[in-house]
Design a protein around this ligand. Structure first.
Ligand code: CP
Length: 300
């Protein structure tokens, strides 16, 4: 049987995604009560990181430990990947040794090629195109603070990059309205299947007005932090307290972190009462545990 992969939110059915979010909430409660939940005992996760990480790596490592399994961290520097062994060969070797693989790659194509040759489930731990694991945590955070996200209005302000693309997929899968405000040259491609859920707004205020959730992400992806010209293109797209005032009174603010204070988000917003970014970061642990459990044990 072909393994189930999680490279995109479109790889799972909406009902399966909602089940994972619900389970993330449950696992968080079990963890809070220090109740054992070793549902993945004996399973091994291999993690390939071409780029740095705090949240994704710690959430997967801690998560496998809580679930009774174990994990191996693999960086290209320490493996034959860094010396040119093809990703296809690595996939065939690793999937004979571990039960599930997570990859954070500079190019989405690397993850897709790995998945094609892997006989075990593969998780996208972030690529230049998508960040689906972050969306599981974001939806869990909204659900915990405000209930179901179905039918709600979400505003994404900033760069139409991997987080924005995953929000577009989430709008379809979780059935909410997404308004995206980006500079014209940084607008995302909206797939046909998402067109009924996504509107590209002319300006941030228009996008944020009456929103239930406001989201942003850094203006410079990893490896491009010093590209000032790129950053200058986002003038006027910073999320400030004043911008949030246009949203609904009970609006919440999310940012996947790490944040660049003074760029995509004003110094004060992360600590604004409307910000739940620390809960969001913590939920990476619980939602990724729910995802691991689903991919490793759902068919049993
Ligand atoms: N949000 C996120 O993916 O964080 P890390 O880069 O620290 O994993």
């Amino acid at each position: 049987m072909n393994p189930r992969h999680f490279l995109s939110l479109f790889d799972l059915e909406p009902s399966e995604l909602k089940r994972i979010v619900r389970r993330g909430v449950e696992l968080k409660q079990l963890q809070g009560q220090r109740q054992e939940h070793q549902t993945c005992a004996g399973y091994l996760l291999g993690m390939i990181f071409e780029l740095s990480s705090t949240r994704t790596r710690v959430a997967f490592e801690a998560g496998m430990y809580h679930l009774g399994g174990a994990s191996i961290f693999l960086s290209p520097v320490d493996t034959q990947l860094g010396r040119g062994e093809p990703i296809e060969d690595t996939a065939r070797v690793l999937s004979r040794m571990v039960d599930i693989v997570m990859i954070r790659a500079k190019k989405h194509e690397t993850i897709s090629r790995f998945a094609k040759y892997s006989s075990v489930p593969v998780i996208n731990g972030m690529s230049d195109t998508l960040h689906p694991c972050q969306l599981l945590a974001d939806i869990q955070t909204f659900v915990e603070h405000r209930g179901s996200i179905q039918g709600k209005r979400v505003a994404f302000v900033g760069d139409g990059y991997n987080m924005c693309n995953s929000y577009i997929e989430a709008a379809v899968q979780f059935d909410f309205e997404l308004r995206v405000a980006t500079p014209p040259d940084h607008a995302p491609q909206v797939p046909d299947r998402a067109s009924g859920h996504v509107a590209l707004a002319a300006d941030p205020t228009e996008a944020v007005t009456d929103a239930d959730l406001v989201v942003t992400d850094v203006w410079s992806s990893m490896g491009h932090e010093d590209d000032r010209e790129r950053i200058n293109a986002f003038d006027g797209y910073q999320v400030t307290s004043e911008l949030l005032d246009n949203a609904n009174n009970d609006c919440i603010f999310l940012h996947c972190l790490p944040a660049h204070r003074g760029e995509e988000v004003d110094e004060l917003v992360l600590d604004d009462p409307r910000s739940v970014v620390w809960d969001e970061a913590g939920n990476r642990l619980h939602s990724q545990k729910a995802l691991l459990e689903f991919l490793l044990t759902a068919d049993q």
